[in-house]
Design a protein around this ligand. Structure first.
Ligand SMILES: O=C(O)CCC(=O)C(=O)O
Ligand SMILES: [Fe+2]
Length: 346
């Protein structure tokens, strides 16, 4: 292979993918993670991920049943009528795109190091042998408000900060509505999941920029993983996200008004395995760049979470035990390219 890179991941991760693309560089070896011939499957038609109308979930009706079925089989659904207008979603899209379009010097004002989480850059360096993602990120803690570190919030584009503050408030409402509806769909007291998350259950926003790639058959925008969150709410502006279902990669449709609600491992634990935390990944694309904004909703770190009592019985034995600090354990495994859910198994 021409131009095999001997640069260690630390060095590569201190350089932005967007810079390499602008310089016309081919993906260096640590990014190469695919030599399969999966490209035909890659561009398979979008899949029938259930669409749930959040405005219909306040009553007991078919929509609740649909929600339960979606989360038990797919582990995700496309939420519509979630209370965030398309014009506001457009604003989030615009400030995200404008942020990444700025010159590198501007973005580097809020650069993170390769060991940090918050700020602009790449994920922390994974364990040796793990491939790198063909994407750049801006990661920010957005809730609770007193945990915001404004030194990492972009000053430009100017509206970024206000738009993100408003988006956080709106997403917080979506999590309240969704958490209650999920509980009711399982015949549980509606606040049970919210109580497990805790009042200060954090929201973290990850703005992802997936640059064009001339070798989409060799790299991934984001490697296969399941989220360590309670659940994650994703806005995307182009196709690329795929969910693994019955051993097949299925593309999440790009509905302009929808938000994808995707279960993380901690909801799988809290529902005693009824809701599934799906493995997902993001493809690279040679023709269209892509942004997504993923907001992770996670139980407070110091709290013990576990299966709801109402979901455990003689017929449905407890399959997960109570765990604390799961997100950190998840991350350690993620860095090794592994899932962590087994550590919570009984
Ligand atoms: O970019 C996406 O659509 C998904 C992002 C994602 O899975 C993540 O940030 O964990
Ligand atoms: Fe994810």
């Amino acid at each position: 292979m021409a131009g095999v890179s001997i640069l260690p991941a630390e060095v590569l991760l201190s350089k932005r993918v967007q810079e390499m693309v602008l310089n016309g560089e081919e993906p260096p070896a640590p990014y190469i993670c695919r030599d399969d011939e999966a490209t035909e499957e890659d561009f398979s038609p979008v899949s029938p991920i259930p669409v749930i109308d959040l405005s219909l979930l306040s009553e007991k009706n078919d929509e609740l049943e649909k929600l339960k079925s979606a989360l038990s089989s797919w582990g995700c659904f496309q939420a519509i009528n979630h209370g965030i207008s398309s014009s506001f979603l457009n604003k989030i899209r615009q400030v995200t795109r404008e942020f990444f379009e700025q010159p590198m010097e501007e973005k580097k004002k809020i650069a993170k190091t390769v060991v940090d989480f918050e700020g602009y850059g790449a994920d922390p360096v994974p364990e040796e042998g793990q491939s790198l993602d063909w994407s750049d990120r801006l990661f920010l803690d957005v809730y609770p408000e007193d945990l915001r570190k404004f030194k990492f919030w972009p000053e430009n584009p100017k509206p970024f900060r206000n738009v993100l503050e408003e988006y956080t408030e709106k997403i917080k409402k979506v999590t309240e509505l969704t958490s209650k509806a999920m509980a009711r769909s399982l015949n549980l007291e509606e606040n049970c999941f919210l109580n497990q998350f805790g009042e200060r259950g954090p929201l973290q926003a990850r703005f992802n920029y997936y640059s064009l790639c001339q070798r989409p058959d060799r790299v991934l925008g984001l490697k296969p993983h399941a989220d360590g969150s309670g659940y994650t709410i994703i806005y995307q502006d182009e196709l690329g996200l795929q969910v693994l279902k019955d051993d097949k990669w299925l593309t999440v449709p790009n509905l302009s008004q929808a938000l994808l609600v995707l279960m993380g491992d901690q909801m799988e634990i809290m529902t005693n395995g009824i809701f599934k935390s799906p493995v997902h990944r993001v493809l690279s694309n040679a023709e269209k760049d892509r942004i997504s904004v993923a907001v992770f909703y996670t139980p407070e770190g110091g709290r013990e979470i576990g299966p709801e009592d109402g979901l455990v019985s003689e017929e449905k034995p407890q399959i997960f035990k109570k765990v604390k600090g799961y997100a950190d354990i998840h991350f350690e495994y993620y860095q090794r390219g592994m899932r962590a859910l087994h550590i919570a198994q009984v």
